[in-house]
Every structure is written in C-alpha cells, then in structure tokens.
Design a protein around this ligand. Structure first.
Ligand code: SF4
Ligand code: SF4
Length: 56
C-alpha cells in the first residue's frame, strides 16, 4: 500500500515537508515513491485539493 497523488495536484508543495520518510518528489504534479511510502496519510491531511489518496 502507498498513497498516490492524482492529477488534481496544483504543485503547491504543502505535502512534501510533512512526509516523515521524505518520499514525495517535486514536479508539475508531485509524486510519491510507492516503495518508501508508509501510508501515514500526512500528505493527504495538508493537501488543499485532496490529491493524495490511498491506493487499494
Ligand atoms: Fe509520505 Fe505519509 Fe504521504 Fe506516504 S502517506 S507519501 S509516508 S506523508
Ligand atoms: Fe500537490 Fe496536494 Fe502536495 Fe500541494 S499538497 S503539492 S496540491 S499533492
């Protein structure tokens, strides 16, 4: 399991400093390294547009 950032990401950068394992990469749309994500939900909690979601 890992969180995934969808296309609604506006690249605001709010999620990146909240990640305890620093697995969020900057970009036109931010991305999460699925191998490192520990599924904590911190990124989703701060995202203004609800872009990060748990992958089933
Ligand atoms: Fe980082 Fe947690 Fe978001 Fe995974 S769910 S990318 S570990 S903040
Ligand atoms: Fe994208 Fe949300 Fe992260 Fe901002 S907080 S960079 S909108 S995923």
């Amino acid at each position: 399991m890992a969180y995934v950032i969808n296309d609604s990401c506006i690249a605001c950068g709010a999620c990146k400093p909240e990640c305890p394992v620093d697995c969020i990469e900057e970009g036109a749309v931010y991305t999460i390294n699925a191998d490192q994500c520990i599924d904590c939900g911190s990124c989703a909690a701060v995202c203004p547009v609800g872009a990060p979601n748990p992958e089933d």
